[in-house]
Design a protein around this ligand. Sequence first.
Ligand SMILES: [Zn+2]
Length: 474
Amino acid sequence: MSLHLYDTATRDVRAFVPLNPGEVGIYLCGATVQAPPHIGHLRPVIAFDVLRRWLERSGLRVTLIRNVTDIEDKILAKAAAAGVEWWAHAATHERMFTRAYDALGVIPPTYEPRATGHVPDMAELMQRLVDRGHAYATGPGDVWFDVRSWPAYGELTRQRLEDLNPEPTGDDVAASAKRDPHDFALWKAPKPGEPETASWETAFGRGRPGWHLECSAMARRYLGDAFDIHGGGLDLRFPHHENEQAQSRAAGYGFAQRWMHCAWVTQQGVKMSKSLGNGLLVSELLAQAPAPVIRYALAAVQYRSMLEWSPDTLDEARTTWERLSGFVDRATERVGGVPADEVAKAELPAGFIEAMDDDLNVPAALAVVHEHLRAGNSALASRDDAAAREELVALRGMLDVLGLDPHDPQWASGADDSAARAALESLVAAELDARVAARAAKDWATSDAIRDRLAAAGVVVQDSADGARWTLTD
Ligand SMILES: [Zn+2]
């Protein structure tokens, strides 16, 4: 079986065949940088990171574009309330998102365009839509998409215009001039009191972008008239993605050939949002658990299933992560380090490949990971080093596809820099050698003193048949 992926537009799982052999273009709607990132923001980004890693592991060259929405009503309102420039507010939050993605081991997109950097592309697209009779201006700066001019409107989400509630525009004066209440804004005239820097001159007057227009314009600039996959969170299907598709296709472009949507993080069945629960900002989560534990918790559920977040979610992920990373540590101590290149090219178990090819069925793929974890632990217990090494390579190869290889240098960045780690290892080894010598001499007082000294420094010593092992307390 080859890679099969669900398509939200056709509502079926079918074989993925790229437009250009060997290459894949993906557009992923990125963050509106108006508030700090929370766990709901991370999930789709990690899901599409796993998709990207799997496509690359399957031999495809991936171009992933993930935009930054850096101008929008909420950004303007929050910046005004905080007494800072809107672009400073956006930049501050954009950096928070970048740090969160980096911390969670998300491979940076091929390019990360900002809406404000693409006004000419948007103006060109607007002009094309007006010329083709699919958009109209109602005054300086106000341009609308004419939904009645595009009979396919609603096809992505299979809705009829008659059944839809009009999108609230929040601007009654401008909206009252619309031809149809469902028409959506391509370009918005500045409102009284908005800063001069938040609008741009175009042939249709001074204004700023409607949210939907930017994605159509940026997707075309970087991925061409038609591209393979458009992704985002489930809540973006309507109106955002419906409107993106209507604009781009009405302009004569093929646009996305397939739509993929990642389900929500829920708490007690309700979509995660800022109003629910505490401690779910990425910065707060990183204080509660190591980054790979958070990534494991978010990646372990199939992307189309809702992920119910409970107080136990992180604890369960931590237990599993410690089993996986514990084996990788012990096996590496026994058989030596495996070069990164060997991990990247490791032959993957057939069951794992089959699961990933089946619409990224990560839970089924993890079941295969756990089979190999058990086999690896048995090999260590029976001192079969050849088998232990084989399982170590297979396990790290599979976990690497999920962005969860415990020995990937991404988890060693930041505070845990390698020079400091090497120095610590040599100091702890010297202490442990002294402890072995004290025990051999039955000098229990010295042996206990060494152990206490290490514990006070945050180093936990565990004695085993193979000798003493140590870890740092969290
Ligand atoms: Zn978008």
